[in-house]
Design a protein around this ligand. Structure first.
Ligand code: ZN
Length: 422
């Protein structure tokens, strides 16, 4: 167990265990979610300390943002969260409302009663009170600006509303089995600390610090310093959704005992550079081999006559074959890069991006997948560093989650992370 606990947010991230990387297809008769594998089912050791599930993701909001099908939702309620996620009974699951999904509304769409009942009947261990996000924040530095006028009025209204909901939620949860967490929101470190003090006064000793997603590390630090000033010795903080995990260990001294983040997963396929993380701290660029038949931009270029479809398909196949031969040390790096370059020229016409060949050279020559002990790298080898389709991209995200958890467990120091291409 790591000292700071990592909760992995559920967002229907699973992979098809039957996927064949050579044939590029999985079992067509499989039932999504039921036959798929979550990260804790792929790795021999679970790569997180617990999971976080949002009511908004299961249930949807009035605008219908649910990621669950009707059948999945019914099974979730019938089986409870742990059986649905196929998690061992002793793995903690935290629930929240998914306040981002209704941030633009005047009021949260759920009542305190509904939320407490959701946590209780679905078997959550921890339940986060109903909250309403404050978007504005007085960041430090050159762009520092005081929030005032109508914006300040709205910030204060949301802070007060979140506190009233927390007070009510604490009373409701008295007769429940889950442990309640109050949410603190603020628009600067002082208002955040004020929220924490109010929650402690109500009786909370577990407090979630919300609205951290868009904040830069120095601003998170300022907030932690301020809340630490008012923190009672037994109060523990959970950081809700942080986008940078590099400094998370340093947060411990401010009473942070857990956090959740989708960042390691998302960086695998959303970041322009840091796609594949390593224990040593270097990050690598994944090698883009887009599918001719599955890439909308490429399809458009083919239709408009800018790209020759046959030529693209031949090159795509050649890239994959050569990369696999490179993995077996049957082809050299120069030849491999030259084929990747040919394919990049074709796909580059539509993407109009700068060449990534120098970064690919680094990824290929360092062969980071060979020195990773995770079950994914051991099983699929070079496929893990190919930027291509959800089955590969998501597995690379799972590998990044494994790396984050190993760093936390081994106290390797997350702040040594740097880019391999730097
Ligand atoms: Zn790995």
């Amino acid at each position: 167990m790591s000292s700071v606990k990592f909760f992995f947010p559920d967002s229907h991230d699973y992979v098809d265990p039957s996927f064949d990387f050579i044939a590029e297809k999985g079992n067509q008769h499989r039932i999504r979610q039921r036959d798929d594998y979550y990260p804790h089912e792929i790795f021999s050791a679970r790569p997180y300390d617990g999971m976080l599930v949002s009511k908004a993701i299961v249930d949807g909001t009035e605008k219908g943002s649910s990621k669950y099908t009707v059948a999945q939702r019914q099974r979730f309620f019938r089986q409870g969260v742990k059986r649905f996620l196929r998690l061992p009974h002793d793995v903690p699951v935290m629930g929240d409302c998914g306040a981002f999904s209704y941030a633009s509304e005047y009021l949260p769409p759920y009542t305190v009663e509904e939320v407490a009942e959701f946590y209780e009947t679905c078997g959550f261990d921890f339940g986060i009170s109903v909250d309403h996000i404050i978007f504005a924040f007085e960041a430090a530095g050159r762009d520092a600006q005081k929030i005032q006028g109508d914006e300040l009025v709205e910030c204060k209204r949301r802070k007060q509303l979140t506190l009233e909901l927390a007070d009510n939620f604490l009373k409701k949860s008295n007769s429940c089995r889950f442990t309640p967490l109050g949410v603190a929101h603020g628009w600067n470190p002082e208002s955040m600390a004020d929220s924490v003090a109010a929650l402690q006064k109500m009786g909370y000793d577990r407090i979630t610090l919300g609205g951290m997603v868009p904040l830069k590390t120095p601003d998170i630090m300022r907030c932690l310093e301020a809340v630490n000033q008012v923190r009672k010795t037994n109060t523990q903080f959970h950081l809700l959704g942080i986008s940078r995990v590099e400094h998370v260990e340093a947060y411990q001294r401010y009473g942070v005992s857990s956090f959740d983040s989708t960042s390691p997963l998302q960086q695998a396929f959303k970041d322009s550079k840091n796609n594949y993380h390593t224990l040593g701290g270097l990050n690598y660029v994944a090698i883009r081999v887009p599918q001719v038949d599955g890439n909308p931009a490429l399809m458009r270029a083919i239709k408009s006559g800018k790209v020759d479809q046959n030529k693209a398909k031949i090159l795509e196949k050649k890239c994959l074959e050569t990369l696999r031969l490179y993995e077996k040390r049957e082809v050299g790096i120069t030849e491999t890069l030259s084929i990747l370059r040919d394919y990049e020229v074709i796909t580059g016409i539509v993407e109009n991006k700068k060449s990534l060949i120098p970064q690919y050279e680094r990824t290929l020559s360092d062969r980071p997948w060979e020195s990773c002990s995770c079950d994914i790298c051991q099983k699929i080898g070079i496929e893990v560093v190919l930027f291509r389709g959800a089955e590969r991209n998501r597995r690379r995200g799972f590998h990044n989650i494994f790396v984050l958890h190993e760093k936390l467990k081994k106290n390797l120091g997350l702040k040594i992370t740097q880019e391999a291409s730097a």
